[in-house]
Design a protein around this ligand. Structure first.
Ligand SMILES: Nc1ncnc2c1ncn2[C@@H]1O[C@H](COP(=O)(O)OP(=O)(O)OP(=O)(O)O)[C@@H](O)[C@H]1O
Ligand SMILES: [Mg+2]
Length: 256
């Protein structure tokens, strides 16, 4: 279970989170939506201890994240797969080595045959060919890097997955592959996830519940159906804007 309890965070005079509370139950997928710059990535970073709240608490797997010592935090992080918004691959390492870093179990990490198999399996799960393993990040397209980042996040079979814009920059086919993968990880392995996204449609497909972060607070939380039916002006504004963007996108793609 993941719990954010009345989290406040500011950078100088920029108040980013002003009393954010959110819980993600075991086995649940929650989509965190909101406009650019609202604090979605900051919220994810709180969950794995990359950022600390000014006040409030973050509890993951029964542990108070802001209070953990280095070693305890490292141990918790080994259970959390993190898909970074901008990939965050190591340029000097091959794709194989990058994905292998996601294998957090010491014995597995040191077992070359296991790593070889697991890396290939993870590449397959994100719809990448086996020969991508030998390439370097600079040789990949943006969408391929994104998928390698996802492969790394799942390589260690984590209990929790934090996805920061997992499908942004992907073509519709590969966005579908990733949405399908997120669904399977939840259904077959019971992974607990938070998916940060701009993509309302994709996140409504994968999420059990949706939360809208709006002006430093969680403005609405509910099932996709509840959110779609919401009369809240901010929710409606956010959904309408997304719908408009999708229409513009479709017109641009279908226009001769
Ligand atoms: N380490 C940091 N130091 C100072 N300010 C930061 C830091 N990280 C984030 N911010 C600020 O916090 C705010 C929220 O940033 P965040 O990256 O969480 O937005 P976001 O919702 O993920 O946006 P996007 O959809 O564009 O990725 C922004 O104003 C950003 O400038
Ligand atoms: Mg972000």
């Amino acid at each position: 279970m993941i719990e954010l309890l009345d989290v406040h965070k500011r950078f100088l005079d920029n108040v980013v989170l002003d009393g954010v509370s959110l819980d993600v139950r075991d086995g649940e997928t929650v989509a965190l939506l909101g406009p650019s710059g609202v604090g979605k990535s900051v919220t994810l970073k709180m969950i794995n201890g990359l950022l600390r709240p000014d006040t409030g608490d973050v509890i993951v797997d029964g542990l108070h994240v802001p209070q953990l010592k280095r070693k305890e935090l490292a141990e918790l992080r080994s259970k959390i797969g993190y898909v970074f918004q901008y990939g965050a691959l190591f340029d000097s390492m091959s794709v194989h080595e990058n994905i292998r870093l996601g294998i957090t179990d010491e014995a597995c990490y040191n077992d070359a045959a296991y790593c070889e198999n697991r890396v290939l399996e993870c590449l397959r799960l994100v719809n990448l060919a086996p020969d991508v393993a030998d390439k370097y990040p600079a040789q990949l397209s943006g969408g391929m890097k994104k998928r390698v980042g996802i492969a790394r996040a799942i390589a260690g079979k984590p209990k929790y997955l934090l996805y920061d814009e997992p499908t942004s920059g992907l073509d519709p086919v590969n966005a579908d592959v990733i949405d399908g993968l997120m669904e399977r990880l939840q259904q077959e392995l019971g992974v607990t996830s938070v998916v940060v996204s701009h993509d309302v449609r994709g996140s409504f497909r994968v999420a059990d519940r949706v939360a809208l972060l709006w002006q430093a607070k969680i403005r609405a939380v509910g099932t996709p159906d509840e959110i779609l039916a919401s009369r809240d002006s901010a929710v409606q504004q956010f959904l309408e804007r997304d719908l408009e963007m999708a229409l513009i996108h479709n017109e641009a793609n279908s226009g001769g």
